[in-house]
Design a protein around this ligand. Structure first.
Ligand code: NAD
Ligand code: TYD
Length: 342
């Protein structure tokens, strides 16, 4: 493994992964292939482009573009594809599922086909705990059935199944990781922790869906990155690995941590109309990845605190996003009526 193509590398987790991998592996070259949707931003990789200019390349492109994917994989002599590229927000998938099917399913197929055509040595799919569906009791293991319940998670599940089909049908050397909710630097402020942190900084309401008793395993993004690195180097071909802290907290607890970290009052909490089909709980069994020697460094609470402090210290990153028309129109559509009714 020497020449990696990281698709979706300009997004939240992808950009953290690229920075981590270039630091951890001085002999690796990384090509980021990214369409730069609203969530993909070159600013996320500005320091990487400066510090690692000799080992980092950027190509703007869509993973659904067969000709550009093929020519990039071939011309750049790619031996490893790590696919982060996806439409990722559940609420947006309820507004407009089409782009999720296009990128998360068809785009995955295009990458797999290219990997097969050019004999790529490893294809790694970055997936999510949401493919298991809500887990009211116990914890999801990698052998569990997939029961996705949102257009986002259904698209990701379809992507995973296609990856496994390529392994079964053509022996493509694949691995899959299924991560829990990530938090950390450069997460677009539509996801709950950066949304709540930035709203709290501005003393705006924090819109908690429903009763806020839903549970999520909020993991720090770097723990997820080291987990994927572990799977790439020590994972068994054809296998799936869950990545998370293996514990979870309620959204109310997460919200309280955000407010306490910023020293803001509980009066900012506003319970609003719930998300349709809202998964009550995700919970991962991460023992399989631990057998490869991986350990997470941060608990859910520590991950949220660290993330909130990053947003407090990096207003120059998120203020332009939140004051832009794209974000404002999304916010009005998603929260306008909810806030009014509440
Ligand atoms: P993100 O939305 O921040 O970034 C997605 C990136 O993919 C962006 O840079 C975007 O420009 C790019 N992209 C989107 N469509 C593309 C296309 N058609 N062609 C090329 N690039 C395209 O997402 P994220 O939170 O960093 O998630 C990355 C991956 O990790 C996704 O596959 C997601 O399903 C998975 N994941 C996310 C979480 C989480 O909590 N955020 C948890 C587990 C797994
Ligand atoms: P989110 O960050 O959208 O991730 P996911 O739905 O993929 O887990 O949401 C995390 C949790 O926070 C989820 O239970 C929904 C809840 N949530 C709110 O209560 N209010 C919000 O404004 C958002 C965006 C999410």
């Amino acid at each position: 493994m020497r020449r990696l193509m990281v698709t979706g590398g300009a997004g939240f987790i992808g950009s953290n992964f690229v920075r981590y991998m270039l630091q951890a592996h001085p002999d690796y070259h990384i090509l980021v292939y990214d369409k730069l949707t609203y969530a993909g931003r070159l600013e996320n990789l500005q320091d990487v482009a400066e510090i690692f200019s000799d080992r980092y390349t950027f190509v703007r492109g869509d993973i659904c573009d067969v000709a550009l994917v093929d020519s990039t994989v071939e011309a750049q002599d790619i031996d490893t594809i790590v696919n982060f590229a996806a439409e990722t927000h559940v609420d947006r998938s309820l507004m407009e599922p089409g782009s999720f099917i296009q990128t998360d399913v068809y785009g995955t197929y295009v990458l797999l086909e290219s990997a097969r055509k050019f004999g790529v040595e490893r294809y790694h799919q970055v997936s999510t705990d949401e493919v298991y569906g809500q887990v009211l009791d116990g914890r999801s293991t990698e052998a569990d059935h997939l029961e996705p319940r949102s257009p986002y998670s259904a698209s990701k599940a379809a992507g995973d199944l296609m990856v496994l089909a390529y392994q079964e049908s053509w022996g493509l050397p694949v691995t899959i990781s299924r991560g829990s909710n990530n938090v950390g630097p450069y997460q677009y402020p539509e996801k709950v922790v950066p949304l709540f942190a930035t709203n709290a900084i501005d003393e705006e309401p924090l819109p908690v869906y429903g009763d806020g008793q839903q549970m999520r395993d909020y993991q720090y993004v770097l723990d997820h990155c080291t987990g994927i690195d572990t799977v790439l180097h020590k994972g068994v071909l054809g296998e799936i690995y869950n990545v998370g802290t293996g514990a979870e907290i309620t959204n109310m607890m997460m919200t309280e941590v955000v407010l306490e970290t910023l020293n803001r009052p509980r009066a900012l909490i506003l319970h609003v109309a719930d998300r349709p089909g809202h998964d009550r709980r995700y919970a991962l069994d991460v023992s399989k990845l631990r057998t490869l020697g991986w350990e997470n460094q941060y608990s859910c609470v520590q991950a949220v605190e660290k993330t909130v402090r990053w947003y407090a210290d990096n207003e120059s990153w998120w203020r332009p996003i939140k004051s832009g028309d794209t974000y404002k129109s999304y916010y009005a559509q998603q929260y306008g009526k909810r806030l009014e009714d509440a």
